[in-house]
Design a protein around this ligand. Structure first.
Ligand SMILES: Nc1ncnc2c1ncn2[C@@H]1O[C@H](COP(=O)(O)OP(=O)(O)OP(=O)(O)O)[C@@H](O)[C@H]1O
Ligand SMILES: [Mg+2]
Length: 257
């Protein structure tokens, strides 16, 4: 569904992503992991057209992502970025309804179908009961669910999430990871997300992209990618990995001297 070919990208003259190639199949959950500054968000920014590549191509279902208007593109791809905030006085329902914007002409009002989709998105993410509250009056975990509801109202084929669990406590992290998993399986939305938690990445992903210095160091199933040697090479850590009920459990032990 997504093919990235020899991508080079960065900021002004500084190249961050170097000759990156990646092929992602339909239906999968992909997690991008790697140290701070390794280029994870920059890669996501290229996939969402936030930054224009220096060279290379990105194809979504065999179409170059730059061949479409931004509006057409936004019908297919939704993003929840790493740093997002809402200005005051936006209610939950209003924010979720923004997800319908790519589907409407500027003069078009929302119709029954839009209302139905917005309602479903709020139900699905369990935010309907505070639909009239201001988003910035909610807790971090509640706000994150509202943002996810907005992306669902967009009815995309591909959802990109940059560190969706940051600032959430452990129970809200698990709840969000389960929600993302359900969205992928039930709504057949492809997911690409940046995660820092290696245990979560290995549990919830079909494939993992391990990045180092703007390049893909390893790509494959969690078991193929997450091993002590790769983690030492990329994060400079010693760790212990065990497998329990087909689940990897990664325990960092120390930094390498
Ligand atoms: N808007 C920007 N302008 C200039 N340089 C940037 C910008 N955003 C990121 N960079 C630089 O690009 C490099 C990669 O940053 P990026 O945000 O992609 O890393 P990351 O892997 O997402 O890190 P983190 O885990 O901290 O979120 C860093 O060296 C960063 O300083
Ligand atoms: Mg980042």
């Amino acid at each position: 569904m997504l093919n990235v070919i020899e991508l080079n990208a960065g900021y002004e003259n500084r190249k961050i992503i170097e000759n990156l190639c990646l092929s992602i199949k339909k239906g999968e959950i992909i997690s991008i992991i790697g140290p701070n500054g390794s280029g994870k968000s920059t890669l996501l920014s290229c996939l969402t057209r936030y930054i224009k590549p220096m060279s290379g191509n990105i194809f979504l279902e065999n179409e170059n992502i730059y061949s479409k208007s931004i509006k057409e593109f936004s019908k297919k791809v939704a993003i929840l970025s790493q740093h997002h905030s809402v200005t005051s006085n936006v209610t939950v329902r209003q924010l979720v309804s923004y997800g319908r914007l790519p589907h409407k002409k500027w003069y078009e009002r929302q119709n029954e179908k839009d209302y139905e989709i917005i309602e479903q998105a709020m139900k699905y993410t369990n935010v309907l009961h505070y639909e009239d509250k201001f988003v910035n009056s909610l807790s971090g975990g509640e706000q994150q669910r509202v943002w996810i509801a907005m992306t669902l109202a967009q009815t995309p084929d591909l959802l990109l999430l940059d560190e969706p669990t940051t600032y959430l406590d452990i129970s809200h992290q698990l709840e969000l990871m389960k929600l993302i998993h359900t969205i992928n399986k039930e709504k057949k939305i492809n997911i690409i997300m940046v995660l820092h938690d290696l245990n979560q990445a290995s549990e919830y992903s079909d494939k993992i992209v391990l990045m180092k210095n703007g390049k893909i160091f390893a790509y494959g199933s969690p078991k193929d990618v997450i091993n002590c040697e790769n983690l030492r090479n990329v994060y400079n850590i010693k760790c212990h990995i065990c497998e329990n009920n087909n689940k990897l459990m990664i325990t960092p032990i120390d930094t390498c001297k």
